[in-house]
Design a protein around this ligand. Structure first.
Ligand code: SF4
Length: 171
C-alpha cells in the first residue's frame, strides 16, 4: 500500500523508510517543513533527505518554504517550552500540509517521521495527527528506530542538526 511520509530531515528518514518498506508500505516522501529556520538550514536538511531517498530509488516532493506563514500560525505560542503548545501547533501545520498533499495525490494513508525523535512525545504527535483522515500513528522510535537512525546517519555521513528546527528551539 502506498503511504505519504512527511519527512522532517534526512537522519529521521533513514529508519522510517526502512521500517515502512519492511512492513509492506510503498512510501512517497514529502518534505514540508516551513518551521525550519533559517532557510539555509532548511536547504541543508533537504539535501540530506535527497541522499537517503536516492539509496532507495525514491523521489521527494518538496513543499514551498514559507516561514512567515508558519510564524503567523504559531503566533502567541513563541515563548512556550519545547514539547508544549507551540510544538502542537507546529505539528498541526506540517500534518495539515501532508494531509492535503496525500488527498491531492489520491493517497489514502499518511504519517510522519517526527515520531523517530526521542525528544518528541509520540502521543503528542498522534493526538494532532488524529484530527486528519488517513493519518497512521506509526511510532518510528519503537523497534530501535531512534538508534537505527543514528547509526545509519553516521554510516552515510549525514549532517545531524543540533536543534529541532525553529528559531525558538535554538535557545
Ligand atoms: S521546537 Fe521543533 S516542533 Fe517545536 S515549534 Fe520549534 S520546530 Fe516545531
Amino acid at each position: 500500500m502506498t503511504i505519504l511520509l512527511h519527512v522532517c530531515c534526512g537522519p529521521c528518514s533513514t529508519a522510517s523508510i526502512e521500517r515502512l518498506i519492511d512492513e509492506g508500505w510503498q512510501p512517497v516522501l514529502y518534505f514540508a517543513n516551513s518551521n525550519i529556520y533559517p532557510q539555509t538550514e532548511h536547504a541543508l536538511r533537504y539535501e540530506q533527505l535527497l541522499k537517503v531517498a536516492s539509496l532507495h530509488g525514491l523521489t521527494v516532493i518538496e513543499e514551498e518554504y514559507d516561514h512567515d506563514r508558519w510564524l503567523n500560525f504559531i503566533a502567541g505560542y513563541e515563548s512556550e517550552s519545547e514539547g508544549g503548545g507551540r510544538c502542537s501547533r507546529c505539528f498541526a501545520y506540517n500534518l495539515a500540509q501532508a494531509s492535503a498533499k496525500a488527498r491531492q495525490l489520491g493517497i489514502e494513508h499518511f504519517t510522519t517521521t517526527l515520531s523517530v525523535s526521542r525528544f518528541k512525545k509520540s502521543s503528542q504527535i498522534f493526538e494532532v495527527g488524529s484530527e486528519f483522515a488517513g493519518f497512521e500513528p506509526i511510532d518510528f522510535k519503537k523497534k530501535g528506530g531512534f538508534e537505527r537512525s543514528t547509526q545509519r546517519s553516521k554510516e552515510l555521513g549525514l549532517y545531524r542538526q543540533h536543534y529541532c528546527g525553529c528559531e525558538f528551539s535554538m535557545r
